[in-house]
Design a protein around this ligand. Structure first.
Ligand code: ADP
Length: 505
């Protein structure tokens, strides 16, 4: 009997395979990191071949650790780092270039030109996104323009594009031997190329970037019994398992956190932070710097939309304390160091390393540490780093309340940083709203498993999934109104100092 569902979580720093039972409990997992390739300032790449090899290994290892065989899996879901762009030759599976990662800013002049020409407003209206280096469209254009032979190959159907969901799916379903070139609506909604209403690639948008339509995958619902095919009996599964769910990582976490009703939201704290608010089947256009995106689409039901606040640097600021500043040796130590001080001692740190995403969308911003006095020490810097994670989330929550009129009663959280108890307490204090973390912290993989399991009848409906969600910990706000207002005012002043720093041609 196939009593389990598997999920590939192809993330920014690592790839995981996780296996869940009927109650949504984790029964096995394996995770492997891949190299972060940083050829020059602002550039971030991954090797797609390494990612595919890691995917193979984690699937095999997770099955082994769980003492399971592929036949125990009823279905598989795929979730992925969104926007990261792979272009490859479908005849042999060879990438033309490394994957250009979502954090990469090499396309800043492409993004700036879109706004100068007025095309930016068309992208905002049709795709729900501000033109930015973040999304895939400019990254595909860059590869077409800068890698020898790719444009000609694309015109002949010998160069195809996908985000890493699509790359993994194509390889799992046979690669050069009939691999399926498809993606889901949530991933497609992050390219600047899909019309949010028709849920199809848009010729006008493709024209802005000079991208031939033939390069693009077919867009399907996020949860579908047959559209994504089955795994091949060659490696790594040696069995034909249906791949029945595909979702971008933040949308998958929204599904895993059972945010199925309009007004329900989750905030994921990983490399960056991503707050997603379900707005139902209504498309809410942001006036306050958020993205309009697809939350998920199950089968033939209408798409469910979301407002999203994406923050580029949160957990990665903690990595910066470890790797660049060398004031901590592991991420958890940020909490111990921050606890050596009472408060931030007047210090604010805005980690705008590659500009600011939501709600500012300023590629000219650069990081700043302000308010320094002679007495400040590394404890204050650690504390200011944790506060920066929380204040950036407050910026996004404020924008969300203004756009949607929804006032959060509680913030559901997940992701690596939520292991930091102090950071979560500061988050409750800074927002004045309780913060709640579920028992299953791996909501991203869980959401992809849910999408696959719903499509194949492993789970009946979303009401059943709701019964799985259980709180493991809650943080209540403790600051006074006055302290909250004062702290936020300091943050806003600090953000203002970071703007207009870098020049973008
Ligand atoms: P991703 O899926 O983006 O790779 P994860 O959810 O695995 O991210 O979280 C990893 C991030 O969490 C890293 O940036 C790391 O610095 C941060 N992190 C992990 N543990 C802690 C901790 N105890 N305190 C603060 N940050 C942490």
């Amino acid at each position: 009997m196939a009593d389990f569902v598997g999920a590939v979580d192809q993330g920014t720093t690592s790839t995981r395979f996780m296996i869940f039972d009927h109650a949504g409990n984790e029964v096995a997992k394996h995770q492997l990191e891949h190299a972060q390739i940083l050829p020059q300032s602002g550039w971030v790449e991954h090797d797609p071949v390494e990612i595919w090899e890691r995917t193979n290994s984690v699937i095999q290892n997770a099955l082994r650790h769980g003492n399971l065989s592929p036949a125990d899996l009823a279905a598989i879901g795929i979730t992925n780092q969104r926007e990261t762009t792979v272009v490859w030759d479908p005849r042999n599976g060879r990438p033309y270039y490394n994957a250009i990662v979502w954090q990469d800013t090499r396309t800043d002049s492409i993004a700036a030109a879109l706004d100068r020409s007025g095309q930016g407003d068309v992208i905002r209206r049709k795709a729900g996104l501000p033109p930015a280096t973040y999304f895939s469209g400019g990254k595909i254009q860059w590869i077409l323009e800068n890698v020898d032979g790719v444009r000609e190959a694309a015109e002949q159907g010998h160069a195809i594009f996908g985000n890493t969901d699509c790359w993994v799916l194509w390889n799992l379903t046979g690669g050069p031997d009939g691999g399926i070139h498809a993606t889901d609506v949530t991933n497609a909604s992050r390219t600047m190329l899909m019309d949010l209403e028709s849920l199809d690639w848009d010729d006008e948008l493709l024209g802005f970037f000079g991208i031939p339509r033939a390069m693009l995958p077919t867009i399907h619902s996020s949860s579908h019994p047959t559209a994504f095919g089955v795994t091949r009996t060659s490696r790594p599964l040696r069995a034909a398992i249906p791949i029945a769910g595909v979702l971008g990582d933040q949308q998958a976490a929204t599904v895993g956190q059972v945010c199925y009703a309009p007004g329900e939201a989750k905030n994921t704290y990983g490399t960056g932070n991503f707050l997603v608010l379900n707005t139902g089947t209504e498309l809410v256009r942001s006036q306050h710097g958020l993205l309009t995106t697809v939350a998920y689409r199950f089968g033939d039901e209408p798409a469910v939309y979301a407002l999203e606040g994406s923050i580029a640097v949160t957990g990665s600021a903690v990595q910066w304390l470890r790797d660049q500043m060398k004031i901590i040796t592991d991420a958890a130590e940020s909490e111990r160091l921050a606890r050596t001080v009472e408060d931030n001692g007047g210090m604010y740190f805005v980690p705008a390393f590659s500009g600011l995403f939501a709600p500012y969308w300023r590629s000219d911003a650069r990081g700043a540490i302000v308010g320094l006095a002679r007495y400040n020490d590394s404890g204050h810097l650690a504390r200011a780093t944790l506060e920066a994670i929380c204040y950036q989330s407050r910026d996004v929550v404020e924008a969300m309340e203004q756009d949607s009129g929804v006032h959060l009663d509680v913030l559901k959280v997940d992701g690596g940083v939520t292991a930091n108890d102090l950071c979560m307490q500061i988050q409750a204090d800074v927002l004045g709203v309780p913060v709640s973390r579920p028992v299953v912290a791996e909501t991203t993989a869980l959401g992809a498993a849910y999408a696959a399991g719903l499509a194949t009848g492993f789970w009946r409906d979303t009401d059943e999934l709701r019964t799985h969600w259980q709180e493991s910990k809650r943080w209540e706000p403790q600051w006074s109104e006055e302290k909250r207002a004062e702290g936020y005012e300091g943050w806003k002043k600090a953000v203002a100092r970071t703007l207009d720093w870098a020049t973008v041609e």
